[in-house]
Write a protein that binds this ligand. Sequence first.
Ligand SMILES: NC(=O)C1=CN([C@@H]2O[C@H](COP(=O)(O)OP(=O)(O)OC[C@H]3O[C@@H](n4cnc5c(N)ncnc54)[C@H](O)[C@@H]3O)[C@@H](O)[C@H]2O)C=CC1
Ligand SMILES: O=C(O)C1=N[C@H](C(=O)O)C[C@H](O)C1
Length: 233
Amino acid sequence: MRIALFGYGKMGQMIEQVALKRGHEIVAKIDEHTPNIDFNSMDVAIDFSMPEGAYSNITKCIENNVPIISGTTGWLDKYKDAVALCESKNGAFIYASNFSLGVNIFFELNNYLAKMMHNLPEYKVSLEEIHHTQKLDAPSGTAITLAEGIISNSEYSKWKLDDNSNGSLPITSKRIGKTPGTHTVTYDNIVDSIEIKHTAHNREGFALGAVTAAEWIIGKAGVFSMRDVLNLG
Ligand SMILES: NC(=O)C1=CN([C@@H]2O[C@H](COP(=O)(O)OP(=O)(O)OC[C@H]3O[C@@H](n4cnc5c(N)ncnc54)[C@H](O)[C@@H]3O)[C@@H](O)[C@H]2O)C=CC1
Ligand SMILES: O=C(O)C1=N[C@H](C(=O)O)C[C@H](O)C1
């Protein structure tokens, strides 16, 4: 498969390693300064860039009939527009806040736990995410997906960053050293606590998931998620 990388930073480089190992070819490494893009040279594009560039990268790929996988976080105010464009052009698009298999299982576990805790108001739920100090956005996209999973299965209607006031689901963001990504969901009661936690040990799991999604989307049209790729029901 001929893969174009939009963004060749920490993730772009890791995706290159994983893609080459799986027998793919990297035909372009595109950043914010790339003047011309040859969309005919690629079978699929993978975008791990920056919040301000992601939407434009995604729409250019859709306009040029190139299936696009995006893992960039922090641009989701425009997600609905990307979906509408993809549907109108009969394109192929996957966004995931986290491409790793482990986190996608963790998302399912989080939804299941939220359903079980629904009628137990004595437990207060909170979320914590820890990432490396170069991360631009907070809270992480993964933490937002976890919060949305809890909200759709509970009485909460919104989340808030670093705010413990009543009524909203609090998310705490920490930036520590080179941490690849740690997410914890805690249900706390005066007598005990329940905690579920996912710890990424490196970026390989994210990269493998993104390349797997790129392999999966070839020949398909539509807007998909990692639940579709991983066949999680
Ligand atoms: N969904 C997932 O599984 C994961 C998502 N991420 C997200 O991926 C994004 C990138 O993460 P890193 O590689 O760690 O960041 P990074 O800062 O190491 O690399 C970003 C790269 O994007 C390039 N760039 C900036 N504007 C661009 C544009 N308009 N078009 C193309 N390239 C552009 C920069 O030159 C830089 O090399 C972040 O939003 C991060 O949150 C990171 C890990 C996993
Ligand atoms: O920026 C990162 O590094 C990561 N970003 C994603 C997020 O915002 O959730 C996924 C992963 O946690 C690493």
